[in-house]
Design a protein around this ligand. Structure first.
Ligand code: GCU
Length: 610
């Protein structure tokens, strides 16, 4: 059933990993042999040193590493060789021990916010997959050091039964498939599950509930001894949770954590909790404040094997958000930062949006030692190239690189991906790298200028709809009027800025200090507000939308100069056409929206529709 599979950034590994490679060491030996044959190089020696764990060292023509480290070392050696570089000689170790991909795959084969086809392992309410493709995926994940795969949607539907009850042997088989690649499985669970089993309540303090979860955990770990743990979305967007029983999220999380603790499992609890039935008339409730308000008072109350997984921004995976203040407020809690490779708000794997430059800003803002793990919502699917847009693979690759070393230069990471994937002549490689490096800035200009977010079409989240979320229940408003736009989140406004440590407040609290790209996130400003460069706010909004669109058009021209292999060339070109169309739509809709409100003309007399 295996079809021709394109190999993302590993085209030099042109034979599949055979089934009998059932340990990382065997995979490493196979890959070195296959890769060296393709690259016409002598095969380096491989030495196992279990003390190194996930770490490896490359020296004197030999690769030494721990159980998974040998595999990471083998890939590092091969990828350096394929890129014409030298592998680093010093001991290499991942920055974070847990480097997790969260898949929002449903048992029926659909993927929530999936932009690369259907699920790679679910169809028709059951597991269903091509083993060869999954080994290919295992290879891709291991090559960039990703080590946990959560296989089902945080909005758990029918797959609850599938994963934790009747289908454990199937989960075990899937775990066997990924284990040789150093990838452990995790599942999302439904907090209310005991109710479906006659327990009568899902109250975390109820002994019957506690027993039920313990038995479930025991059964899972019997089937999959190296299972990683559970992921939970509770009391969020209509999911069940401890609030129903008047319990805190610490009580809810700890109950589950105690069920998985005897097995060495972790309980990952998402901090994405807010009022999703807000009234737009209510200006006192502000969604970005919600996670901090819920969790900061609970700091110190979570068990050691609980990891609180916090989205990078206080809203929801927007193009530009300040880093979440919750990440600073929980010094006695183990924290993971949640990123989103799936380009829900960032172009849906049609528009180009390479994420490493954005993530690197988080490293600047937050010392990475504040976190114990990092997770990203998957951008994978059953499309031949795994990620829909062939260049969206740069985000999966880039995430592995970021999770391994959050200090790595985004430019080096993206250039590395471009080189391994396409081996273009130097000038073209630079063109592609520049396109990736600038892609977020371009997209930001036509969709989220000055930190104005949520002007997307409701539900699909693709394309412009400036008032789409204005009178809705989701707590996502910009409140644009005839004179002004934005939300005052300063100390004298709704006080959101006070959730930040004191030294950061000053950065945001005045419109003058606040960086332009977050101006309208933190401030409500008049259209005639004069920016540092002398332009008015309204002029800056117009300029950004014209420039963003021109940036997309320029990327289209740049793309034409690249000698990419097929089908990537046609696929990238086809998507670029859609991106340019989308960018023009954004430019015209948003400019007209603000022109109608403000009545202000464009100082440069460009076309703004009436
Ligand atoms: C976003 C997304 C939802 C998802 C949610 C989450 O709001 O639109 O589809 O369920 O994030 O992170 O849980």
């Amino acid at each position: 059933m295996s079809k021709t599979i394109r190999r993302a950034w590993l085209p030099f590994l042109n034979v599949d990993v055979p089934r009998d490679c059932d340990t990382p060491e065997k995979v490493a030996a196979f890959e070195l042999k296959a890769g060296c044959a393709a690259l016409k190089l002598p095969v380096p020696a491989l030495k196992l040193d279990p003390a190194l764990g996930e770490g490896y060292a490359i020296s004197g023509g030999a690769i030494t590493g721990g159980d998974t480290g040998v595999l990471y070392g083998a890939y590092a050696w091969l990828m350096a060789a394929a890129a014409g570089e030298r592998a680093p000689e010093s001991l290499q170790k991942p920055y974070w021990p847990l480097r997790m991909i969260n898949c929002w795959d449903n048992a029926d084969g659909s993927i929530e916010r999936g932009y690369a086809g259907r699920s790679l392992w679910f169809e028709g309410g059951d597991f269903c997959y091509d083993e060869g493709r999954l080994r290919q995926l295992g290879r891709m994940l291991a090559s960039v050091g990703l080590n946990v795969l959560c296989v089902n949607n945080v909005n758990v539907k029918a797959e609850a039964e599938l994963l934790i009850e009747d289908y454990l042997p199937k989960l075990a088989k899937l775990a066997d498939l990924f284990r040789p690649f150093g990838v452990r499985l995790m599942t999302s669970i439904d907090f209310s599950r005991p109710l479906a089993h006659g327990v009568g309540t899902a109250d975390p303090l109820d002994p019957g509930v506690q027993r039920w979860w313990r038995e479930r955990a025991d059964a899972i770990w019997r089937a999959v001894p190296d299972f990683a743990g559970f992921l939970v979305k509770a009391d969020s967007e209509h999911r069940p949770g401890p609030f129903t029983y008047g319990r805190t999220h610490a009580e809810g999380a700890n109950m589950l954590a105690r069920a998985v603790a005897p097995h060495g499992g972790v309980l990952v609890w998402r901090a994405f909790v807010y009022n999703c039935m807000q009234d737009w008339r209510d200006a006192a409730t502000d969604r970005p404040k919600a996670a901090f308000d819920t969790y900061a008072p609970l700091d110190g109350q979570f068990d050691d094997n609980v990891i609180l997984q916090v989205k990078y921004g206080p809203y929801d995976f927007q193009v530009r958000e300040p880093i979440s203040p919750t990440l600073y407020a929980m010094k006695r809690t183990r924290l993971a930062m949640e990123l989103q490779l799936a380009q829900e708000y960032t172009g849906q794997q049609i528009d180009l949006f390479a994420m490493n430059p954005m993530w690197r800003e988080f490293t600047e803002d937050l010392p990475p030692e504040a976190l114990c793990a990092v997770a990203a919502v998957s951008n994978l699917g059953r499309d031949d190239n795994f990620t829909g847009h062939p260049f969206a693979a740069a985000n999966l690759y880039g995430f592995g690189r970021y999770a391994w070393d959050p200090f790595a230069s985004p430019e080096a990471v993206l250039r590395g991906w471009a080189r391994l994937s396409y081996h273009l002549p130097a000038a073209q490689e630079s063109t592609l790298t520049d396109m990736l490096m600038n892609s977020r800035a371009v997209y930001e200009k036509y969709t989220a200028s000055l930190g104005l977010c949520w002007m997307v079409r409701p539900e699909t989240h693709y394309g412009p709809s400036p008032s789409g979320y204005e009178f809705d229940v989701w707590g996502t408003y910009h409140r644009a009027s005839r004179d002004a736009v934005g939300i005052d989140r300063t100390a004298s406004g709704n006080g959101y800025v006070l959730q930040y440590p004191e030294d950061m407040r000053a950065r945001y609290d005045t419109p003058e200090a606040c960086p332009d790209n977050l101006k309208l996130f933190f401030h409500r400003l008049r259209y005639d507000y004069v920016m540092a460069d002398g332009r008015t706010l309204i002029q800056r909004l117009y300029d950004d939308h014209f420039e963003g669109c021109a940036g997309a058009e320029a990327m289209g021209e740049a793309l034409k100069t690249l000698d990419l292999p097929e089908p990537d060339k046609s696929e990238a070109a086809e998507r670029m056409e859609r991106q340019i169309k989308n960018a023009r739509e954004w430019r015209d809709v948003v400019n007209t929206f603000f022109h109608r409100l403000s009545g202000a003309d464009d100082a440069r007399g460009r076309k703004i529709y009436e």
